[in-house]
Design a binder for this molecule. Structure first.
Ligand code: B12
Ligand code: SF4
Ligand code: SF4
Length: 193
């Protein structure tokens, strides 16, 4: 059975710990300057509930990323930025007025090859749970796969959550916007031999 890699489990777990600290750091800088600032996912009112389609939260980091012009949604459900889909993201809301980043995407799906011309579908083949089809991402199948081996993996990897994310690696959108005519080069430490 395919299981999440140790490096990914660490990236998911320590990555979000870093994300939490970064959000808090940004909030402290802004409030220190006299502005209102809050990281909604760190507040007691943040919740993850579930309905017949699976888990959903009352604050979406990806909606904020989309509203901020950082990329688009995709067939696998991940958010594709100019640096690709294999990332974690976070948000802080403030009353500091800043210059908006230029929006590069034409529509909410324009950075995913499948939605551009029906091609690619690489994430479908990558998913060990059969959770991705041409109709999109099945959150229930995805979460069930991530939970199945959780006891063993949490002990083996010594993290609080293992995640999966196989649909976000070894795909054309992994580390770049696959629809971009001039993708941003990989940073050197990420180069593969
Ligand atoms: C619940 C949850 C899950 C659930 C459900 C996943 C899902 N796709 O909904 C489960 C446990 C299955 C899961 C799995 C994973 N997750 Co998760 N998860 C979350 C969480 C906590 C809430 C998501 C949510 O319900 N938001 C509310 C709903 C309404 O919005 P949304 O899902 O963000 O956005 C959807 C809709 O807006 C919709 N949409 C469709 N069309 C349009 C058009 C427009 C105009 C708009 C506005 C929206 C929209 O598409 C979006 C994507 O489904 C977020 C953190 C957060 N607070 O945002 C992380 C988050 C989404 N997860 C993340 C990651 C990385 C993963 C995993 C890779 C696990 C891992 N880390 O190893 C897998 C990936 C699975 C996949 N293929 O998507 C990242 C995503 C990064 C990215 N590149 O997109 C997030 C943002 C965490 C973070 N801080 O970085 N996750
Ligand atoms: S692997 Fe291809 S089809 Fe899947 S999300 Fe990335 S660009 Fe879209
Ligand atoms: S995170 Fe794993 S189980 Fe979920 S859709 Fe991606 S590859 Fe499939």
């Amino acid at each position: 059975m395919l299981i999440p890699a140790r490096f990914w489990a660490y990236t998911r777990w320590h990555g979000e710990k870093f994300n939490e600290a970064l959000r808090q750091h940004v909030v402290e800088i802004l409030t220190g300057m006299g502005y209102l600032a809050v990281a909604p996912v760190s507040q007691p009112y943040f919740r993850v509930d579930a309905n017949e389609k699976g888990a959903y939260s009352n604050w979406s980091e990806r909606h904020v990323a989309y509203a901020a012009g950082h990329g688009t949604f995709s067939l696998s459900d991940g958010f594709v930025t100019e640096r690709g889909i294999a990332h974690r993201c976070g948000s802080v809301v403030t009353d500091l007025v800043m210059t908006a980043s230029p929006r590069t995407a034409d529509n909410p799906y324009s950075d995913c090859l499948f939605y551009v011309d029906g091609s690619c579908k690489a994430c479908i083949a990558r998913c060990p749970a059969g959770a991705i089809t041409e109709n999109g991402h099945d959150k229930i199948k995805c979460q069930a796969y991530q939970r199945d081996d959780i006891g063993y993996l949490l002990k083996e990897y010594d993290v609080g959550v293992t995640g999966c994310g196989l649909c976000q690696v070894k795909v054309p959108c992994e580390f770049q916007n696959p629809t971009s005519p001039a993708p941003i080069p990989m940073i050197p430490s990420m180069s593969k031999p």
